[in-house]
Design a protein around this ligand. Structure first.
Ligand SMILES: [Mg+2]
Length: 178
């Protein structure tokens, strides 16, 4: 089913939501050549872009801070993801640059810019002129992604529901004040 939500901006987590690591035992890509797109995510991104939504990405990448990789290599993997997704969308005659606005990356082990803190979402919304009620955060982590959504005042949807096109499970932030 594809009953699209009333939001104008969809903020997507990367790992476990839009891409998978192809290295056994490794939770996320640390370098180029270590990832694949999640096909269901490509389908849903295509549907959102065709319907005129704006899409931003917000990803925690503390691997370099823990010594697992370098920012240079992890950023290379993110650029590779962007190209893989853009090519997958182009096969469907969808232009990535007409709907995807940015990829926000937190390199920190903690703090305002790391999910579940709201920094990346707030910066993204502020820079591109969206209010929290305009935005839907989608991710596979209840702690990081749902936490960031709620801390930013945004609605939240779990990645597995999104992958099946089921938007009925959208959760509103607690203590709603709007
Ligand atoms: Mg994730």
């Amino acid at each position: 089913m594809n009953d699209l939500p009333p939001h104008r901006l969809v903020i997507l987590d990367l790992d476990g939501t839009c891409r998978r690591c192809t290295v056994d035992g490794q939770p996320c890509p640390n370098d180029v050549g270590e990832q694949e797109l999640i096909p269901e995510a490509v389908d849903q991104i295509a549907a959102l872009l065709q319907a005129g939504y704006k899409i931003g990405f917000a990803t925690n990448q503390a691997g370099p801070a823990y010594g697992f990789s370098t920012r240079h290599r992890v950023w290379g993997a993110i650029e590779e993801f962007k190209v893989m997704l853009a090519l997958a969308l182009r096969k469907r005659d969808i232009k990535w640059f007409e709907g995807v606005i940015t990829v926000m990356v937190s390199w920190d082990k903690a703090g305002y810019m790391r999910k579940p803190q709201p920094g990346m979402l707030e910066v993204l919304m502020t820079q591109y002129g969206f209010e929290p009620e305009d935005a839907l955060m989608i991710g596979d982590s209840l702690k990081a992604d749902r936490g960031a959504a709620f801390n930013a005042g945004c609605d939240f949807l779990l990645a597995e529901d999104w992958h099946s096109g089921d938007y009925r499970m959208i959760q509103e932030p607690p203590e709603l004040t709007r």
